[in-house]
Ligand binder design. Sequence first.
Ligand SMILES: [Zn+2]
Length: 61
Amino acid sequence: MALPEEMWQCQTQSCGYIYNPGKGDRKGKIEKSTGYEDLPDDWKCPVCGASKKAFRNLGTK
Ligand SMILES: [Zn+2]
């Protein structure tokens, strides 16, 4: 189970996808246990295609 500090949520309207390093991103060919910081800079939300800038860390408010 990943900690909130390791999870990032897409902030674009009506998306809400959460990147969970415990799952990775099969669509983006991201292996499990890949931290958000280690995602490539050109990684995009697998749901809406937003860039990493659109994501917010769930461990910080
Ligand atoms: Zn998204």
